[in-house]
Design a protein. Sequence first.
Length: 291
Amino acid sequence: MASRRSPTARHRRLITELNRLRESSGLSRAEVAERIGSTDTTVWRYETGLTRPKPSDVAALTDVYGVTGEARDSLIQMARDARKRGWWHRHRQALKPGFDSYIGLEAEASVVRSYEPLVVPGLMQTEPYARAVIEATALTHAPSAVDEKVSVRVSRQQLLHGPGDPIQLVAVLDEAVLRRQVGGPGVMREQLEHLLDLGRLPNVEIRVIPFSAGAHAAMDGKFCLLSFPEPGDPDLVYLEQAASGLVPEDPEEVRRYTLMFGSLSALALGAEASATFIAQMAKRCSNQPQE
């Protein structure tokens, strides 16, 4: 995964390391602040991610914590990487609050596990389908803002194909995703056929929960779990609402959604049966009058 580097993910890793080092040192934030000639509020902002420390700030902290050699160099480089801007940064004004952070974390993830009850996941949407979804949900947005959102969504999809190691995607879709005709029969047929193509990739698995499965643990809504290549980077969950996105930091929250995803996978059709089902839905669209 060395070819994919995300400032957001590097910042998250740096926060984790700074907290771990201070706790291991036995020093309070006030004591650390005194030794680096700063304030305990500044140290707190570093450790909570509200401020991205400069490489020189991290160098001073490593001196306090007694970190030397390659470990010190790695932390300082992490600080340099964290202060860069990802391609998504220039689009942040067009995105809902919190989603730019999610894109930054997704960019360095090794595995994405997604549950969607209503629409095809963004990583798997065709451009016409994405435009239809964004236009329907944007309501008051100008056409230029819709274009920008579509562009961001399509750009994210490069993660499935490279460069470097493509992301592993496991998508569990409710049957409603396949039956709801977004954009009309033609757009929907193209989207369903695109899902079939993606499902043939070695790094993509698509599973469908049929209506016959009845009630299940995720009926409250969509969620996405991210796993990372570095052992020290814990999994996280992303929860999205109409006006914002949230990444809970509580490990128990992540554990709960991980168990939930396992429960959904147990209810879903297998990959081959899901592909057959998707193909049937695509055929139904082909038999309907085109707009």
